[in-house]
Design a protein around this ligand. Sequence first.
Ligand code: SF4
Length: 428
Amino acid sequence: MSSPVGAATPLDNGSGGGNHNLPAARAESCFPTPRRPAGVPLGLYLHLPWCRSKCPYCDFNAHAATPREAAYCAALERDLEIAAPRVAGRRIGSVYFGGGTPSLFSPHALERILDACAARLCLEESAEISLEANPESATRLKLKDYRQLGVNRLSLGVQSFSTSALQELGRAHDARRARRAVRDARRAGFDNLNLDLMYGLPGRTAAQTLQDLSAALEFEPEHLSWYQLTLEPGTVFAHRPPRALPGGGALETMEQEGYALLESRGYRRYEVSAWARPGRECRHNLNYWRFGDYLGLGAGAHGKLSLERAVERESRPPSPVRYMREAGTASGWSARPLRAADLRLEFFLNALRLPAGVASGLWRQRTGLPLSAVREPLEQARARGWLCPAGPRIQPTEAGLRWLNELLELFLPETRAARPRHEKLENG
Ligand code: SF4
């Protein structure tokens, strides 16, 4: 369900809900450093890979099992020892606990992880700290404790307020539990709340979908991730698709009416599936989409770091067992420099998800490459009406957002045989 930022560049407007400070003890002084790679903002992603059960549509690195909290916390601590020197002295503007279901972890375990991060990294005092939670495990007491630890943004995986739709999706909660979790989050003091909500669900009409969206809006969340159910390869739904999935025309009606409703209620679409009230955009996710840097720790987590000579992609083993065994050793992580062709695809894969696009100068700042390196695909995209005319921003048009996969294909290296898949991002 995955993208920022604090040590802001002029492009990072500091928007977002990081309006609560970290407890003073955790906001440590920065370590001295000789290196500061060109002001690229930095976030921290922590993957907690367990869920109560595996949903049939899910292709995340999520495993149905009880979390092994102590062993996993110890592994993350060892992993931090390896990771910290690579970002020495850089300030971290956002932390994101994603999964899996991070709310399966006890507040005590999250405190241990946050303390370990604060002891080894330089977290900004006003960092946005997000936690993904699912209604079945987000109890009132836990939510209160998470908030007290300094978690200041909660992303609730509601998906629907219809019990029958939730059953079709194989979710572990029902509508009543979903409503209670939202109310409990508010009572616990979360004033920066995202709700994940899906549309295009089996057998659901446009009218029912709009009702669902209205039910979410009754809670006045600061942020909504409203996204379509898709059948991802390797999932149960891909092998056995659910019956009566809505077709193109119905989906279009849902989208048009849903967008109109969201706009009428003061939300702005700032990413393909992300809607926020002004100033409540997710800083962590925005950093991904603006091709900022991030450390990714935990089983299967990916990171991206701009180093002096290259932009590197880091990864950790996906298996939780292997991760716990190898974290902190040479085989527990790997890094590879991104080639120019990778940079081109990855930059646009992210940046073109933003309806406002990005400043043209961001390309050079993030990749070190001149704009002439992408002149050809940019011109092709403009000729097809998928990008706004050349100017201070690289910005998709409405048609570009609608035909995003086709637009991104223009940025693929040489072959166009393969269809690009979006990098997995947390929804909230
Ligand atoms: S709760 Fe979320 S991460 Fe876990 S299996 Fe379901 S969709 Fe995947």
